[in-house]
Design a protein around this ligand. Structure first.
Ligand code: CU
Length: 486
């Protein structure tokens, strides 16, 4: 029994000995690769250019590795999460996400983190580009009114997240303490026409989505991963309206996309575009011809595409309720010449009736049939009107008439609606396009002419005017006909 065990032990030993040379070779190879970037010499010193989203600093190009000084200031400051909703952000450099840092492999980064004296809490920074304990967190823990300096060498090229790692870590991240650091390879990334910085984050507020006033962070909702807001660049409007990004037809666009979390994984997608290239998870692996790329919390990706036709491309988290109901929506406006070979636009609209006589043309207004059983009372108008609303208006103007920010105006407490009933009737029967202002926000979408009877128009508008804080106007069929005959 004993000798048997000894035999076994000897066998194991000799296998181990045999395997040793292979192990050493592997070790040497690893060592060689590591030393190759760790040994890159640095001679000069330079100050790092830092930028707020959606901008990125100048590409490194062919510059040699340097001692790169990064000075970053932590600021706790109030900002707007969405129209009327205030939030106390904690930031790296005064923006959410924090300042973009651009380095190249072999740089020796001398990082100084200062905590503004007006801040209330200590913070630190964990950069995923750091090889070392805590990614720098332990060396950078700093109280308000102090600063800390530490240094690291960038050994691996890629796009990396940084974030605060002070307890409670989730709360510091949830309040906006995250950003991106890019480590370019030797010689830099290939040149493109436009580069932008985008980062997704989820927010948890005491009040529900849209509840006004200064909203405190809600720890329980964060633990439950029940986000009230999921946004790009720190707020619902972080990447729309004046904050939308732009490109011209024919240009190549590179997006540095990060996900700060703290909780949710992003299914990053651009409506109306295909990613020619994705640097998967921000590393060296390049995937091509991608529709949607997954970006983990605490991870990033680089996506590249050429824009071929003009229009508004919509950036979303394709977990789509987050986009249309929680804010994860951005716009890339592309200007330039149409190219009908690539995209024709609408050529023809018809009614598709598979069980009927085939394709028919759209009915003209005089083909719309009025109901034989008109509403007999205001109650019935409300009831029938609601039915029309749910079938015809709901998709754009939403269940409570709240609309969709930056896309479709609200009908609830709508100053535009309440000011002029004939204008509202006209919008339904004739359609409406061009810029309008509703409750102080401008919209520039297209409402098509609604193919519903005069009585249905009267009912649905009566329903809308008598819901969600509107002025209680009762619209009759006669009023609708009058507008139609103008
Ligand atoms: Cu912090």
């Amino acid at each position: 029994m004993k000798s048997n065990q000894k035999l076994k032990r000897n066998l194991v030993k000799s296998i181990a000995l045999l395997a040793m040379p292979m192990f050493f070779v592997a070790c040497l190879n690893d060592k060689k690769e590591e030393t190759s970037t760790a040994e890159i010499p640095v001679n000069q010193e330079m100050m790092a250019e830092l930028t707020a989203p959606p901008n990125v600093p100048t590409p490194v190009g062919t510059r040699k590795a340097k001692k790169l000084k990064v000075n970053m200031e932590i600021l706790e400051q109030e900002g707007e999460l969405t129209s009327g909703v205030r939030y106390n952000y904690w930031t790296f450099g005064g923006s959410v996400p924090g300042s973009f840092i651009r380095t190249r492999v072999g740089d020796e980064v001398e990082f100084t983190l200062s905590n503004h004296p007006d801040n209330k809490l200590p913070h630190n920074i964990d950069l995923h580009a750091v090889t070392g304990p805590g990614g720098g967190a332990e060396s950078s823990f700093v109280a308000p009114g102090f600063e800390k300096t530490f240094s690291f060498k960038t050994l691996n090229p890629g796009l990396f997240v940084y974030h605060c790692a002070t307890a409670p870590v989730g709360m510091h991240i949830a309040n906006g303490m995250y950003g991106l650091i890019l480590v370019e390879p030797e010689g830099g990334l290939s040149p493109v026409d436009k580069e932008y910085y985008i980062m997704q984050g989820d927010f948890y507020t005491k009040g529900k989505n849209g509840e006004r006033g200064l909203q405190p962070f809600d720890m329980q909702k964060a633990v439950d991963e029940n986000a009230d807001y999921v946004v790009f660049n720190g707020s619902v409007d972080g990447l729309t309206g004046d904050n939308a990004i732009t490109a011209k037809v024919g240009e190549t666009v590179r997006l540095y996309v990060g996900n700060g979390g703290p909780n949710l994984v992003s299914s990053f997608h651009v409506i109306g575009e295909i990613f020619d290239k994705v640097y998967v998870e921000g590393g060296d692996l390049i995937n091509e011809n991608i529709q949607t790329t997954l970006i983990p919390a605490g991870g990033a990706a680089i996506v590249e595409f050429r824009v071929d036709v003009p229009g508004s491309l919509v950036l979303v988290d394709h977990s789509i309720f987050r986009a249309f109901n929680k804010g994860a929506l951005g716009i890339l406006n592309v200007e330039g010449e149409e190219n009908e070979k690539i995209y024709s636009g609408e050529i023809y609209e018809g009614i598709y009736l598979p069980e009927g006589p085939g394709i028919q043309s759209m009915p003209t207004t005089d083909e719309i049939v009025e109901s034989d059983v008109p509403a007999k009372s205001m109650e019935e108008q409300m009831k029938f009107g609601k039915q029309v609303y749910m079938q015809t208006c709901f998709a754009c103007h939403q269940g409570e008439g709240q609309g969709i920010p930056n896309a479709f105006p609200p009908l609830a407490k709508s100053d535009y609606l309440n000011a002029d009933v004939n204008r509202a009737i006209s919008a339904v029967v004739n359609g409406l396009s061009g810029e309008i202002t509703v409750n102080g926000e401008t919209y520039n979408s297209v409402m098509t002419r609604q193919m519903i009877s005069s009585e249905e128009v009267a009912n649905v508008l009566t329903y809308v005017y008598n819901s969600w804080g509107n002025n209680g106007t009762v619209v009759s069929k006669e009023m609708v006909e009058k507008v139609k005959n103008q």
